[in-house]
Design a protein around this ligand. Structure first.
Ligand SMILES: NC(=O)c1ccc[n+]([C@@H]2O[C@H](COP(=O)([O-])OP(=O)(O)OC[C@H]3O[C@@H](n4cnc5c(N)ncnc54)[C@H](OP(=O)(O)O)[C@@H]3O)[C@@H](O)[C@H]2O)c1
Length: 241
């Protein structure tokens, strides 16, 4: 292996789902910097967002809609790396209602499974790699979010199951579990008071950033991780210790 060149992705095509903002967008920026051809998705249309997508190809995708996923897999004909950052949460006890519970499972777990199977033929052709964003809630549950917790615990094990099945086809499947990264998903948990408490409690005394998560994604997608599959890489600054 050429270590110097391991993080050069100039011959790679990458799709990052759920990358219109937050962690996915940060990961997309780092893959652009590493030379990759980058596709991203958001739920709305490109002009609805303030982020600069000029170095990427933007696609609209609702992961709850199977037809959207199938159409995306037809539009993007070649792919080496699939990174699923799609994810959402409901507050105000909505996840305790059947409709809310099903909505979250449908996007965070069923939607991600469908993305993996829809892009399996593309990845099989070139011996590709999948990275799913689960969460530290797969280890320590979130108090008010049973659906989000169950979806991420499911995604952790789904990742392992797909890694087992598809390893012999040359596809590696891994997960990244972020700790606390201020994004629109966590906007109500990342205020000044919560940040002060977080700093006091945790070994690395700051919230995580999308770039911290991108470091893990670049590693897992690279030849440096050629023998790594079915793993759940916790990137949380020591939050779960
Ligand atoms: N932030 C954290 O501390 C943290 C911790 C653990 C795990 N995670 C996981 O990291 C991933 C990224 O989250 P984030 O914090 O970066 O949040 P974010 O900024 O809200 O990004 C979520 C992304 O998912 C997209 N999305 C939401 N619902 C979707 C749907 N139905 N179909 C397709 N795409 C959908 C969003 O699109 P729109 O912009 O159009 O809404 C956005 O691109 C998620 O899977 C999340 O669970 C985050």
């Amino acid at each position: 292996m050429n270590v110097q060149n391991a993080l050069n992705f100039s011959d790679k095509k990458v799709l990052i789902t759920g990358a219109s903002s937050g962690i996915g967008y940060g990961i997309a920026q780092e893959f652009v910097a590493a030379g990759a051809t980058v596709h991203i998705t958001g739920t709305r249309t490109k002009s609805d967002y303030e982020n600069d997508f000029t170095a990427m190809t933007f696609h609209s995708l609702n992961a709850a809609n199977g037809e959207d996923i199938e159409a995306l897999a037809k539009t993007i004909q070649e792919l080496d790396i699939l990174i699923n950052c799609v994810g959402t949460v409901l507050y105000k006890k909505q996840e305790f209602e059947r409709a809310g519970f099903e909505k979250i499972l449908n996007i965070n777990l069923t939607g991600v499974m469908h993305l993996c199977t829809a892009f399996y033929p593309h990845l099989e052709r070139g011996g590709g790699s999948i990275i799913n964003l689960d969460s530290v809630v797969a280890i320590r549950p979130a108090l008010n979010n049973p659906a989000y917790t169950a979806s991420k615990a499911g995604l952790k094990q789904l990742t392992k199951g797909l890694a087992m099945k598809w390893g012999r086809k040359g596809i590696r499947v891994n997960a990244i579990a972020p700790g606390m990264v201020p994004t629109k998903l966590t906007a109500n948990q990342a205020g000044a008071e919560q940040e002060a408490a977080f700093k006091q409690r945790n070994p690395i005394q700051r919230f995580g950033t999308p770039q911290d998560m991108a470091g893990g994604a670049l590693f897992l997608a690279s030849p440096l991780a050629a023998y790594v599959t079915g793993q759940h890489l916790v990137i949380d600054g020591g939050m779960t210790l």
